[in-house]
Design a protein around this ligand. Structure first.
Ligand code: 5GP
Length: 221
């Protein structure tokens, strides 16, 4: 292949649609593979062990940490998540891009140890979309949704550490942008352009949390 294979990290607040993006990136493509993380989170309905995640208990996860099996790992929403080192090694040896759907802490760790890593931050088009994706999943109760919104507040702050920012307003357009970034056709773009949007998102999320979700249906208006 002509492009240099590098890890591609997609980071975004949960509810941005990045898991769908990551899955679509690798579909029908031999030069992209998805990195399957290990997690202590229980499977959601429909999730399969070894395909969506390697579901493990805390003791097993801690064993993997101690034996150095992770390229990076982090605690997210009270659960442990980690990227198996072996997958990155295998992808590099095979010359394929490995797509990682990980949080901002993991993104930081990975870019420190693999400087080639393409760090892409995915923004939701607006807070209303973010919230309806979080609540619409129907698998998380209000306390979990609140927890994910609190994390989103922090994660949005990390946008300034990313070379690339894409807005997930249209799946196909967003995929095209990401492919362009990976191939090198799209060069690093500043996050300055989205800083104001990010601040608006953060203040809306703070308001939703303070209102206890009572008027979340109006947030995008
Ligand atoms: P979820 O529980 O919704 O699948 O994922 C929650 C968060 O954990 C998401 O932000 C996801 O990107 C992140 N995550 C998933 N796998 C990993 C991983 O291996 N390492 C890190 N640091 N974060 C991960």
């Amino acid at each position: 292949m002509s492009e240099r294979a590098s890890p591609v990290v997609l980071a975004a607040p949960s509810g941005t649609g990045k898991t769908t993006l990551a899955r679509r990136l690798v579909e029908d493509r031999e030069d992209y593979v998805f990195s399957i993380s290990a997690t202590t989170r229980p499977p959601r309905p429909g999730e399969r062990d070894g395909i969506d995640y390697h579901f493990v208990d805390r003791a097993r996860f801690e064993e993997m940490v101690v034996s150095g099996e992770f390229a990076e790992w982090a605690e997210v929403h009270g659960r442990l998540y980690g990227t198996p080192q072996a997958q990155l090694k295998h992808a590099a040896e095979s010359g394929v891009h490995v797509v990682l759907d990980i949080d901002v802490q993991g993104a930081r760790q990975l870019s420190a140890s693999v400087p080639d890593t393409k760090l892409i931050f995915v923004l939701p088009p607006d807070v209303g979309t973010l919230l309806s994706r979080l609540t619409g999943r129907g698998t998380e109760g209000p306390a979990e949704v609140a927890r994910r919104l609190e994390s989103a507040l922090e994660e949005l702050q990390a946008v300034e550490n990313f070379d690339y920012v894409v807005v997930n307003d249209d799946l196909e357009r967003c995929l095209g942008m990401i492919r362009g970034i990976v191939s090198g056709e799209i060069r690093a773009m500043g996050h300055e352009a989205v800083e104001q949007d990010v601040e608006v998102f953060r203040s809306e999320i703070r308001r939703i949390l303070a209102d206890d979700f009572s008027d979340y249906t109006n947030v995008s208006s």
